[in-house]
Ligand binder design. Sequence first.
Ligand SMILES: O=C[C@H](O)[C@H](O)[C@H](O)COP(=O)(O)O
Length: 236
Amino acid sequence: MSAPDLKRAAAERAIPLVEDGMRLGIGTGSTAAAFIALLGERVRAGLTVTGVPTSEATRIACEREGIPLATLEELPELDLTIDGADEVDGNLRLIKGGGAALLREKIVAVASRRMVVIADASKRVETLGAFPLPVEVNLFGIGATTRAVEAAVAAAGCTGEIVRRLDKAGQPVLTDGGHALLDLRLGRIPDPEALSARLWAVPGVVEHGLFLGIADAAILAAAEGDQAVVSVLGRL
Ligand SMILES: O=C[C@H](O)[C@H](O)[C@H](O)COP(=O)(O)O
């Protein structure tokens, strides 16, 4: 059973959560892409939803599938967001932003009554931090902001390396909002709430990829032999 099969299995379990007439936040990444493909099939079969995409990539994918879209200006309150994650712990705390969409993803998730994560079970961790924590920063003063982020990391009891995210061509990655990304390679985040508060206190930090107290449930698909077995953390 391949990783794409597991992502699709998690996405399939999320589809019945989408009810007719819903205002839906639509996540970013490969697992969200599997969900978008399935949602497109339902829409073409007559399901009525309005989606708010969490990235330009997701907007394009939804348009290709014929999923009707709106902005958060038009729909400031959403019923449900379905999105992927880079890590999920036992308290439904997440790291997100591996695909650079963390800012819009967090805005959309917080505007939703419920957020449900879909992922393959390899994303489930005991302690957050093995995946580098993305921090979106304004380009202005990025050197000073990086130093302040280093100090925030140390004050939150973490150690590690901070690197600016580059694309395959070695160019700095810019988010949909035109900001830079710092990846915090910490290995382990002993107190995510403390780190979150420290990072938010740094001028120049636009958002970070710790999603704390936001997700209501996570649908996780694991391989058992050639079967995908889906489990749920939290309540759907
Ligand atoms: O910025 C990207 C998002 O937070 C994604 O939802 C996250 O990186 C998970 O992506 P994937 O489903 O491709 O593993």
